[in-house]
Each structure stands twice: as structure tokens, then as C-alpha cells.
Design a protein around this ligand. Structure first.
Ligand code: IPE
Ligand code: IPE
Ligand code: MG
Length: 246
């Protein structure tokens, strides 16, 4: 792949072997969609797609770290996903619990501070404790991995506002909201990637997405790979971000 002259005039190397992002692309968020369809296409139950999806998630996270991305956020389970059949919800929660068992080792290998976005109150105490322990124990690592689970963008804003009310605030600023979101520890996403061909946010990072760039692809999440991540990044570098200016 040739090098590309981006809008700020700096040359970015898109060659697979040398690809590396710069400071303009610090935070990528993924809406990991398409697990169910991927499995159905193979005559398999949807749950199988989710288990392969976890492997893809691990590969993608590692690759993002390798190319210099500082913050990765993944949408793993929404506040609306509880509507799914019980057998599917149970399978996803089992995958999540299994991941918590190995996450510390994975975080160490990949230098990741793991953080959870979403209302943890719904999880059993033992799961909550393991989530909080993981957040604490991985604090020392320089890269951030946010896992959005039981996450909803609207729920997050309501939670932030209720916290501000409890603190005694009667009028609030944008900054008050930003600092009370689950993402208060990191910058907003520069790029939001959605796999699985749908072009919507599905209640993901509603506040934080105000000036994010979007990349939608047909690839179903279990098929997501390094090349598509690079394609999304290359697309990002072809955009002109104006933030309302000229
Ligand atoms: C995304 O894949 C994973 C979760 C929402 C947990 P889906 O399960 O939504 O897969 P499709 O969209 O039905 O193919
Ligand atoms: C969004 O995918 C949620 C996650 C990827 C966790 P959905 O599959 O739930 O979204 P909709 O229902 O197609 O909007
Ligand atoms: Mg879906």
C-alpha cells in the first residue's frame, strides 16, 4: 500500500508492516456487531458466534496496541441486549465471566488498563468484585481497554445527571457531564468502527461521539482482522476534522 498524504500534510505509512498511528488517532471504539449472523451462515447457534467473537476481540485489541492506539473501547453488551433469548444472554454472560478469569494475564501481556463502562449493579457480587479488582490491578499499564457491558449511552447520561444532583448541583455544565460519565478517565473516541453492515449507534457513546469519525463495514465481527483495522485507520486519516471550525 502506498503512503498517503493526509490533510495536515504529514505522511502516514499505510504499508502493513510499518503501519503506525500518530497522536491524532488516540482512541478507537468498536461496535462489535455480527456474531449471530456469522454463526447462522455456518449453520451454527448464535452463541458459537459470540465465542469466536471473543477470540477476535483479543486479536483486535492486541493489534491496536501494536499500531500505537492508546485507548480502545469495545461495545460488548448493551442495556437493550437483555431482551435477547435467555439461552443467548446466559451464554454471553458465561463468556464474560470466563474472560474475567484470564483478563489479568492478557492485560499484563498487552499493557492494558482494563476499565468497564456501564451499570455494574446488575451483575452478581462475585462478578462485580472481579471487575473492580481487574480495574485496580491493571491501573499501572499505559494503554486503556474500555469494555462496555450493560452499557447504554442514555443510561450513562442519566446516571451522570443523578450523580450531579446527589452532589447538590442545581445547574450543570458540559464539563460536569463529561467528568461524570463512565469514560471520564479517557479522551472521547476519534474513530468509531461498526462491523456487521448496520449503520447506527445502537445507544453507544452518545455524548462522547459528538465529533467522532465513523467507519462502517460489512465484515461480520468474527471475521474482523488487522487489514480491516488498518483500512478504518486509513479512512480516518483521509478525513478533515473541523470541529465546527473552517
Ligand atoms: C454483536 O453481535 C454482539 C452482541 C450484541 C452481544 P450480534 O449478536 O448482535 O450479531 P448479529 O447482529 O445478530 O449478527
Ligand atoms: C449493538 O449491537 C450492541 C453491541 C454490539 C454490544 P446490536 O446487535 O444489539 O444492535 P441493534 O439491535 O442491531 O441495533
Ligand atoms: Mg447485532
Amino acid at each position: 500500500m502506498a503512503n498517503e498524504q493526509n490533510h495536515s500534510g504529514t505522511e502516514l505509512c499505510l504499508d502493513a508492516e510499518h503501519f503506525h498511528v500518530d497522536g491524532r488517532l488516540q482512541h478507537i471504539a468498536f461496535i462489535m456487531d455480527g456474531n449471530g449472523r456469522w454463526a447462522k451462515k455456518r449453520g451454527m447457534p448464535r452463541e458459537y458466534g459470540h465465542s469466536v467473537g471473543v477470540k477476535t476481540f483479543e486479536k483486535v485489541i492486541r493489534y491496536c496496541g501494536d499500531i500505537g492506539i492508546k485507548v480502545v473501547t469495545v461495545y460488548a453488551f448493551s442495556t437493550e441486549n437483555w431482551k435477547r433469548p435467555e439461552v443467548e444472554v446466559k451464554a454471553i454472560m458465561k463468556l464474560f465471566s470466563d474472560y474475567l478469569d484470564i483478563a489479568r494475564k492478557k492485560a499484563e501481556e498487552n499493557n492494558l488498563h482494563v476499565c468497564f463502562l456501564g451499570d455494574q449493579g446488575i451483575f452478581p457480587e462475585n462478578v462485580r468484585n472481579r471487575m473492580q479488582a481487574l480495574e485496580q490491578e491493571t491501573r499501572k499499564y499505559p494503554l486503556t481497554l474500555n469494555i462496555a457491558v450493560n452499557y447504554g449511552g442514555r443510561d450513562e447520561i442519566v446516571h451522570a445527571v443523578n450523580t450531579l444532583i446527589a452532589e447538590g448541583k442545581t445547574t450543570i455544565t458540559e464539563d460536569d457531564i463529561s467528568t461524570h460519565l463512565y469514560t471520564s478517565h479517557c479522551p472521547p473516541p476519534d474513530l468509531i468502527v461498526r462491523t456487521g453492515a448496520e449503520q447506527r449507534l445502537s445507544n453507544f457513546l452518545l455524548w462522547q461521539a459528538a465529533y467522532a469519525e465513523f467507519y462502517f463495514c460489512e465484515t461480520l465481527w468474527p471475521d474482523m482482522g488487522d487489514a480491516e483495522v488498518r483500512a478504518a485507520c486509513a479512512d480516518f486519516y483521509g478525513r478533515k476534522r473541523r470541529f465546527g471550525g473552517v
